[in-house]
Structures are given as structure tokens and as C-alpha cells.
Design a protein around this ligand. Structure first.
Ligand code: 26Q
Length: 822
């Protein structure tokens, strides 16, 4: 292994030491004696970048020379986290670098903590994009990620008096050594204005869009280093700036324009990431953000295509694949039509034939409130020409396709139309995506089935072969190799060193699941990871917990459908049991939460407050004798996930069946040796299939049962009156037990569960959930049985390697082949 590392890295320890010191002096302008940790970190990155840039150039030259087909992954979010450790691992430089720094008196792990998270995403969807570009590079696929260069990523969460406070995140305040500005590839993007119809020289009608404003798009490239691969792809993020160009004719019609405010308005576009996931905000700036990054990206794609093929568009669909990460980049579809028809003067039919072959769309949610719709009047103001193009796409679709299939059926036409009629007419981005793409995929088997059967049933009837599934995955480089080095080492000893590329090989460890020596090694590692987390918890929250306890973890965005409130009411039930009976038989348990709420999501913020208030009371109550602890870890983010996941015993995945499209935290936790306490939802179903339901704690209503109970008319009061413990817990919310002197502060939670109708069936699943917890408790006390279960789970997660997901996309959606780089 050591030999391989040296071959790969082409860098030995002495050289690396020299390089780091060189950069410390000539790049950072300091010296070994007085350099700060920050400077050491940056000097290390600069030294590593020498390798990265070399491979980046190699990759780009190879792709150009071979004129490869490439995929372009368009996403409003890339939740990259930190890059240093990841890049070092992928370059096989981590150990060499650690040794080199050690001899310079510096601890590498310590240095890595200097790096701020690149939090350019909300949660699952953004992190998936980050895992996918890692896998694309690892599999040597020609690929570019395109997104927005937000100045501020997802807000930093502080907890004050138990409540979430949002603070701005400034990830690049002091410079980011991984990004490269590319002024030579700046683009100019039109916005607003009006459309004029003119005659061409040949006497044909032609549309000309006179923009009211032009914005400059400045690209920043982040190298994406494949594992052991020679490929280094790029993630290209667009930053908005004021353009020198200014259409005074259009703008002066309205009077004097203040150039400073014009500049500020232009720079607002990429200023901040919208912190709402799963809810459509309908804000004009959000639409401008979406158009801005899609238009920049398409211009970039077009420039690169034309460099080789000139104005011959016959090869465009053969060379270019574009993936839409949810509906956020949908506007790319009419934008490509606009370029081909208005600018390149292709016939509509020829342009459309290219267009739908190029695009494909991934759906990440079924929640109605998350489906993007834009008011027609807003659209018209920002993108007048695109609205016309959408009308034409819609007219042809309804006349040619829908009328042919369902003649005279206006109800179906109304449902499938891209335009929603009514008081306020709206553009339905989901429908536009399905019509404009050759493939539409969901992100787990059950979710894809529901996309087909419940969300887009008529589209599925029209185009049965369009709808497909690609189950999500996560990169084992970050989520095992880098975050859990000791477990990674154990896998290397047990199944060989290539498991990070061929995760199925982890199955080789199943045969040792019963082996006492292997169990001890596995559980010793878990214990050590827990001890480390104990210190982090103490440092971050001041709470003392014991690594003897079961670490029961729920980490994900706060949402009613994810049911943190179910976890909370169960904790309160346990607390009641302990108060009623001090000898209540349970193994000590630490419940750990990590979660951000959208700033405008009142109930979600109330749930965070309630968790913190219950924690305060429980953690300071001598009567529970340390059997129960509740920890809310502030500011949950990628780098914190990397510390929590290796230390988890229990992974809570408790969404109402049918609502969590896939989940990806579930995969990371299982891979690192946790039992899943979960519903039959999203990828939990496939996790249980791979690992065996008997090794997990599955509970609750399944998708069909949820549908049935809703159809029948669900009444949460039946469960309230039917279960005295549940009633007592819910009534507790109305008292001041957890908020002394301020009764009613937690009442909104009870209200949502009773008067609000309990949309997500928390009360219906409570008993089954409580029983599942008892099974977890019993299993944990049987040390051998527990060790076996977590080993089987961990070793069975090969399917959830994002390399497998990406290979599926390449085979069935992108028709993309690897290109080896010398
Ligand atoms: C939409 C409009 C306006 C502002 C924001 C948004 C917005 C932003 C982010 C809507 C949704 C999101 C993010 C959704 C998301 O993260 N979905 C998750 O995707 C994961 C990857 O496929 C799945 O595993 C999760 O199940 C799914 O919830």
C-alpha cells in the first residue's frame, strides 16, 4: 500500500515539506516561526494544488483532444463541506502529508479544522450533488458541475435561550485556496426588457429580445479530484457582477439611474443561498438566480461546443448531456431553445429535437408545497422571451401529444399544461421539466414508483420509458475513509484496499460478523469514536454524556414530515416512565439532534426550542440517574456530520412513509456501523433489503397504510384518547414544566398534532415507534447480537456507493463513457 501511495502521489515527504515551507514563505509571506495555523493550512493547500493543477490541465487537454461527450450537472446547490482532507485522500497524499507536517511540528487533522465549510446548499439535494461530482471524477467521466457562487452559504445557526438565531455564513471572508477565478470565461446575461418581432433579410419573422439590463457572470472553478483517478474535473460556480454594458435607451426612459445601486442590485443575485428547502418561496430574486446561473452555464457549454464544431449543431445532442437537479434549473430548457431558434436560427422542430435529447430531470420531492411554480406576470417581467417560448412548447405539446392521446379531454389538458390557469396564472416548472427531458428519475425505488403513479401518472402513460429510478448513494471516500479512518483501516485489513472504489467488497466482512475478535475490533473503534464525540459535545454544549450510553442520532433538516417531533414526544414519554419508576429498565441513552430550520418556518423553530427546553430539564434532573440525556448540537453542517456519524449507534430515519424521497444520511450512518430505527420510506426500504430487516428496527405504517388511513379520514384525537401515556405527554406541552413561569410556550406542537390534524401521522405511529425503541434497547444489551447487527449493516451498504448511482446515470440516462486520462 505504501508503495502504491508513493507511485500515485509522485511526491515524497521531503519534497512535500519543502513545498509547504516554500509556499509559507513566498505565497503566504510568513515563516515557520511566526506562521498562524491558517497560514500553515493555506501553504499546505498551495503545495497540494501544484499536483491538482497538473492533473486538471492533463484532464482538460485529454477531453479536448478526444472530443468526448460530457455531462453538465446543473444544480442551484453544491454542499461541498471542507475540501482539504478529501483532496488529500483522493490524491493518496493524506498520510505522506500528515508525516511531512508532523516533522514540521504541525498536526494535519488540526489544520483541517481551519477550513470553513463550503455550505452552498441546504441539505440532501446539495450534498448529493457534491457526492455525485466526486464519483464522476472517480469514474473518469467527462463532467462539469455548474452552480452559483454564493457569497454567503446556508446561515450559521446559533442557539440563544434555546432558540435558533440565524447568522450570516462567510465562507470565503479570508480567501479560499481551492477556488480559481477565470476572468477569461466571463459571460454577459440579459434580463428584463421587451421582445420585438422583426423580419430577417430572407423575409422570415424573427424575435429579438431587447434586454433592460445585462449582468456579468464571473466563473470560479473548484477542482474536483477523483479517487486514485487521474481525472480532475471542475465545479464552475458563477458570481454576478455589474456589467459595464448598460442599455441607456431602455433605462433612461425611466429617468436617472444611480450607478451604485445598479451595481448593488447586480451583485445581489449571487449574494446569498435561499435557506428554504421543500418550500417554494416565489421570490423574483430566486428566479433571477436560477436564470443567471443557467444562462451562464449554457453560454459556457455553447462556447466550448462551437470551438470544435462551429455552427454545425447536428452533433450537439451527441456531445452534450445536461442534468437538472430538481426543477431549480428548469429555465435552461427554454434558454437552450432561445439560443438555438433566435440566435442560431434553427427551425423549431430541429431545435426541439436537440433539446429534449440533451436534458434529463431528477425529482427529489413529492411534497406539493415544494413543487416550483412562478407567477406568469413575474416571469413576463424578468424573461419575456422565455415566456413566449414556454407558450409555444406548451401549445405544441397539448395539440400534438395530449390531443392525440386523449381527444377532447380538457380536464387532462388543464392538468398537464405547463400553465396553471386561475386567478393568478402560473408556470409549472415540473411539467416543463417532464416535457423537455428524455428521462425523469426519482431517487429511490419507492419514490420513483410514486413519481410515476401519483405525481405524473398521465405523463407516465404518454411516455412510459421516460420515467425511471436511480437510487441515491454517498461517496465512501468522504463518508467512511476520511471521516472514520480507523474503521476504514479495519476494512482494508479485512477485505483488501480497493473497497473505496468497489464498495460491494465490504460484504466480505459479513463472514466475520459472528467472530468475537472481529466484533471486538469493530466495537472498540465505535467506542473510540464515541469518546471523541463526548469531548465535542462537551465543548459545543457543555453537556456531559457517557460513551457507555447508546448514542441515538437524528441529523437532518427540521421538517414536520421528518418527524423530529415524534422523536421528542417519545423522549418525553421515556422521561415520564423514569419519573414514575426510578428503576425503569433501560440502557442509558443519549438522544442527539442536529438540525437547521428554515428561518420562516415557525413550527420547525418551535420544535427546536422544545427540544432544547426538554433537554435542559432532563439533563439536570438527578432522578433519571443519567439514564437519559438529550443533546441539541448547534449549527449542524457537513463537517459536524463527519464527527457525529462515526459515533452513532442508532440512526433515526422516521419520516412518514411516502414523504422522504430517499434520504442519504441513512446510508452514511449504516455504513459507519449504526442500526436503522426507521420507517419503510425512501431508501430505508432498500437499506433494510440489503442488510436484512431483522438487523434493524423497522416500524410504523407503510406507504399503502398511510394512504389508506388518510383516505378513511385520520383523526389524531383517537390516538390521544386511546393512549394515556401519549395524552399525558401531549398535555405536558401546555404546562410550564419545561419552561418555568411561561406556560404555553410549547403548545404549538400539541396544537399541530391535534387541532392541526397531525398531517404526518406522528400519533398514529407513536406506539409502534415506542415498541421499536424497546427492541433497540434489548438488542443493545446483548453485546454479541448488537455487534453482529451493526457489522452486517455496515458491510451491506455497497449498493449505496454514489459511484453505483453515477454508473446508473451514465448507462441509462446520459449514455456516457469513461475517458482515461494519461
Ligand atoms: C425551492 C424554491 C425556492 C427556494 C428553495 C427551494 C428548494 C431548495 C432546496 C427546494 C428544495 C430543496 C432541497 C430538497 C432536498 O434536499 N431534497 C432531498 O433530496 C435528497 C437527495 O435526493 C433526498 O435524499 C431527500 O429525501 C430529499 O428530501
Amino acid at each position: 500500500a505504501k508503495k502504491k501511495v508513493e507511485q500515485l502521489s509522485a511526491l515524497n515527504k521531503e519534497q512535500l515539506k519543502q513545498d509547504i515551507v516554500h509556499h509559507l514563505r513566498s505565497t503566504l509571506g510568513t515563516s515557520e516561526q511566526k506562521a498562524s495555523k491558517q497560514s500553515w493550512w493555506k501553504a499546505t493547500c498551495a503545495a497540494v494544488n501544484e499536483q491538482v493543477y497538473e492533473r486538471l490541465t492533463q484532464t482538460q487537454q485529454t477531453h479536448f483532444r478526444e472530443d468526448t461527450r460530457a455531462v453538465h450537472y446543473l444544480s442551484a446547490e453544491f454542499l461541498m463541506g471542507r475540501l482539504t482532507a478529501n483532496n488529500l485522500h483522493n490524491l493518496a497524499l493524506y498520510e505522506v502529508c500528515a508525516e511531512a507536517l508532523k516533522e514540521l511540528g504541525i498536526d494535519l487533522a488540526d489544520l483541517c479544522e481551519e477550513e470553513p465549510d463550503m455550505a452552498l446548499g441546504n441539505g440532501g439535494l446539495g450534498r448529493l450533488a457534491a457526492c455525485f461530482i466526486d464519483s464522476l471524477a472517480t469514474l473518469n467521466m467527462p463532467a462539469v458541475g455548474y452552480g452559483l457562487h454564493y457569497e454567503h452559504g446556508l446561515f450559521r445557526q446559533e442557539i440563544r435561550d434555546g432558540r435558533q438565531i440565524e447568522r450570516p455564513d462567510s465562507w470565503r471572508e479570508y480567501g479560499n485556496p481551492w477556488e480559481i477565478c477565470r476572468p477569461e470565461s466571463v459571460q454577459e446575461i440579459p434580463l428584463y426588457g421587451y421582445v420585438e418581432t422583426v423580419f430577417t433579410a430572407e423575409g422570415k419573422l424573427k424575435k429579438v429580445w431587447h434586454a433592460g439590463q445585462k449582468i456579468k457572470g464571473v466563473p470560479w472553478d473548484i477542482p474536483v479530484v477523483g479517487y486514485e483517478g487521474k481525472t480532475v474535473n471542475i465545479l464552475r460556480l458563477w458570481e454576478s457582477r455589474a456589467s459595464e454594458f448598460f442599455d441607456w435607451d431602455v433605462f433612461n426612459a425611466g429617468g436617472y439611474v444611480d450607478s451604485q445601486s445598479e451595481k448593488a442590485a447586480a451583485e445581489t443575485i449571487s449574494k446569498v443561498l435561499y435557506p428554504n428547502d421543500e418550500t417554494e418561496a416565489g421570490k423574483i430574486l430566486r428566479l433571477v438566480q436560477q436564470y443567471f446561473f443557467c444562462a451562464c452555464s449554457l453560454k459556457d457549454i455553447m462556447r466550448r461546443y462551437k470551438r470544435v464544431h462551429g455552427n454545425d449543431f447536428s452533433k450537439f445532442a451527441a456531445q452534450i448531456a445536461i442534468q437538472l437537479n430538481d426543477t431549480h434549473p428548469t429555465i435552461a430548457i427554454p434558454e437552450l431553445m432561445r439560443i438555438l431558434v433566435d440566435e442560431e436560427e434553427l427551425e423549431w422542430g430541429a431545435a426541439w429535437d436537440i433539446c429534449y435529447k440533451v436534458f434529463s430531470y431528477t425529482n427529489h420531492t413529492l411534497l406539493p408545497e415544494a413543487l416550483e411554480k412562478w407567477a406568469v406576470y413575474l416571469f413576463e417581467r424578468v424573461l419575456p422571451r422565455h415566456l413566449e417560448i414556454i407558450y409555444e412548447i406548451n401549445r405544441r405539446f397539448l395539440e400534438d401529444m395530449v390531443e392525440a392521446k386523449w381527444p377532447g379531454n380538457d380536464a387532462i389538458k388543464a392538468k398537464l399544461s405547463i400553465i396553471e390557469e386561475g386567478n393568478q396564472r402560473k408556470v409549472r416548472m415540473g411539467n416543463l421539466c417532464v416535457i423537455g427531458s428524455h428521462k425523469v428519475n426519482g431517487v429511490a425505488e419507492i419514490h420513483s414508483k410514486l413519481v410515476k403513479e401519483d405525481l405524473f401518472p398521465e405523463f407516465a402513460e404518454l411516455w412510459p420509458e421516460k420515467m425511471c429510478n436511480v437510487t441515491n448513494g454517498v461517496t465512501p471516500r468522504r463518508w467512511l475513509l476520511s471521516c472514520n479512518p480507523e474503521l476504514a483501516k479495519l476494512y482494508t485489513e479485512t477485505v483488501g484496499e480497493d473497497w473505496p472504489l468497489h464498495l460491494d467488497k465490504m460484504r466480505g466482512a459479513v463472514k466475520f460478523a459472528d467472530d468475537a475478535a472481529f466484533q471486538k475490533k469493530f466495537m472498540d473503534i465505535k467506542r473510540a469514536n464515541k469518546e471523541k464525540l463526548v469531548k465535542v459535545i462537551k465543548a459545543e454544549t457543555g453537556i456531559d454524556v457517557s460513551a457507555e450510553a447508546i448514542f441515538d442520532i437524528q441529523i437532518k433538516r427540521l421538517h414536520e414530515y421528518k418527524r423530529q417531533q415524534l422523536n421528542l414526544i417519545h423522549i418525553m414519554a421515556l422521561y415520564r416512565r423514569l419519573l414514575a419508576n426510578p428503576d425503569y429498565d433501560m440502557h442509558p441513552r443519549v438522544f442527539i439532534f442536529g438540525s437547521k430550520a428554515a428561518p420562516g418556518y415557525k413550527l420547525a423553530k418551535d420544535i427546536i426550542y422544545a427540544i432544547n427546553k426538554v433537554a435542559e430539564r432532563v439533563n439536570n434532573d438527578e432522578r433519571v440517574k443519567g439514564k437519559l440525556k438529550v443533546v441539541f448540537m448547534p449549527n449542524y453542517r457537513v463537517s459536524l456530520a463527519e464527527k457525529l456519524i462515526p459515533a452513532a449507534d442508532v440512526s433515526q430515519q422516521i419520516s412518514t412513509a411516502g414523504y422522504e424521497a430517499s434520504g442519504t444520511g441513512n446510508m452514511k450512518l449504516a455504513m459507519n456501523g449504526a442500526i436503522t430505527l426507521g420507517t419503510l420510506d425512501g431508501a430505508n426500504i432498500e437499506i433494510a433489503e440489503e442488510a436484512g430487516a431483522e438487523y434493524n428496527a423497522i416500524f410504523g405504517l407503510n406507504v399503502d397504510e398511510v394512504k389508506a388511513i388518510k383516505a378513511k379520514g385520520y383523526n389524531p384525537w383517537d390516538y390521544y384518547y386511546g393512549n394515556p401515556e401519549l395524552k399525558a405527554v401531549l398535555d405536558w406541552f401546555d404546562t410550564d414544566f419545561f419552561t418555568p413561569g411561561r406556560p404555553g410556550e410549547l403548545s404549538s406542537i400539541k396544537r399541530a398534532l391535534l387541532d392541526g390534524g397531525d398531517t404526518y401521522l406522528a400519533l398514529a405511529d407513536f406506539e409502534s415507534y415506542s415498541d421499536a425503541h424497546k427492541r433497540v434497547d434489548a438488542l443493545y444489551r446483548d453485546k454479541k447480537a448488537w455487534a453482529k447487527a451493526v457489522i452486517v449493516n455496515s458491510a451491506s451498504m455497497g449498493k449505496f456507493n454514489s459511484d453505483r448511482s453515477i454508473q446508473d446515470y451514465c448507462d441509462y440516462i446520459w449514455y456516457l463513457k469513461a475517458c482515461s486520462v494519461a
